[in-house]
Design a protein around this ligand. Sequence first.
Ligand SMILES: Cc1cc2nc3c(=O)[nH]c(=O)nc-3n(C[C@H](O)[C@H](O)[C@H](O)COP(=O)(O)OP(=O)(O)OC[C@H]3O[C@@H](n4cnc5c(N)ncnc54)[C@H](O)[C@@H]3O)c2cc1C
Length: 210
Amino acid sequence: MNATFLNYVDGTNVYDLTRAEIECRRQAVQLTGFLKRHVPGFEKAYITRSAPHIGVRESRRFIGDYYLTYEDFLQEAKFKDVIARSGFYADIHDPKATGGMHAPGKGDASKSRGDFDVPYRALLPQGIEGLILSGRCISAAHEAQASLRVTGPVMAIGQAAGTAAAMAVQAGVAPRQLAIKDLQERLIEQGADLHQGVPLAPIPTPRQHA
Ligand SMILES: Cc1cc2nc3c(=O)[nH]c(=O)nc-3n(C[C@H](O)[C@H](O)[C@H](O)COP(=O)(O)OP(=O)(O)OC[C@H]3O[C@@H](n4cnc5c(N)ncnc54)[C@H](O)[C@@H]3O)c2cc1C
C-alpha cells in the first residue's frame, strides 16, 4: 500500500531525510491503527517492517549535452541518438498539496499519448568527460523527469548506460566519442525496443498515480 507521504522535504539534506523517515513511520503506524479499527480483514494486521530509508522521487539532476523538456514529453520527441523510451505519464506530485497527488500544470501532463525518446546526450554531463549518468538524475526538466524516472524507463536507461560504459572501455574511447549506431545496435541485440521505424502502440489509459 503506497500510502505515506510528506512534502517540504529537501532530499539532499540529511536532517530533512531523518525527519521524513520519522514522520512517515509515524504515518504507517497511524494508518495501521485505522485499518485495524475500520477495515474488515485487517483486524489482526501488524507491521512487519518498513523501508530501510525514505524514498525520494526527485532531487539533484545533471545538465547534460541534451536537456529533456516538458515540450519533448508533450510532443513525444524522437531523437537519432535514442537509447531508451519513456511512455509513462508525467507523475507530478504537487509539492504544495497536503494530500500529495497530481498537479498537471499547463495542459494535462497526466495524459501522455505515446512515448518520447531518451537521447544518449541526456546521459552525458556537460563539462565532465568519462562519466555516464543513469536513472532519475539524468538531464531532464521536472515534467520530463516525472515520466522517465519510473522503474520501466530507468531500467532501460540503466541498461543503455551500462552497455555504453562497457563499450567505451572496450573501444578505448571516452563515452562522448562512442559511435551511437554501434550502441543502438548492441541494445537492439539485447532486446531493447528503440522503436526505429516501428509505428507507435495504441494509447494506454493512464493510471491515476504511481
Ligand atoms: C515513494 C515512491 C513511490 C514510487 N512509486 C513508483 C511506482 O509505483 N512505479 C514506478 O515505476 N516508480 C515509482 N517510483 C519511482 C522509482 O521507484 C524511482 O524513480 C526509481 O527507482 C529511480 O531509480 P534510480 O536507479 O534512479 O535510483 P534508485 O532506485 O534510488 O537506485 C540508486 C541505487 O544506488 C545506490 N547507491 C546510492 N549511493 C551509492 C553509493 N555511494 N555507492 C553505491 N551505491 C549507491 C542506492 O542504494 C540505490 O540502490 C516511486 C518512487 C518513490 C520515492
